[in-house]
Design a protein. Sequence first.
Length: 66
Amino acid sequence: MIVESFIIDSESAADEYLRNLLEKHKYRSMNVVTMRAQKYIKDEHLKNYFINKAKEILKTYGREIE
């Protein structure tokens, strides 16, 4: 059996992953988001999209973004 590594390879996948990640209070930090971006996203444009989208979402939760 071949097991592929999980990757985020589209904006829609990034949106879905962020929605699921940030609904859990313990993951609502840019440190977590940045770590996940480095681990799961190869494309730099998509990585920037993911991080910027997370900043927007975290603002709706009242989190201060550095």
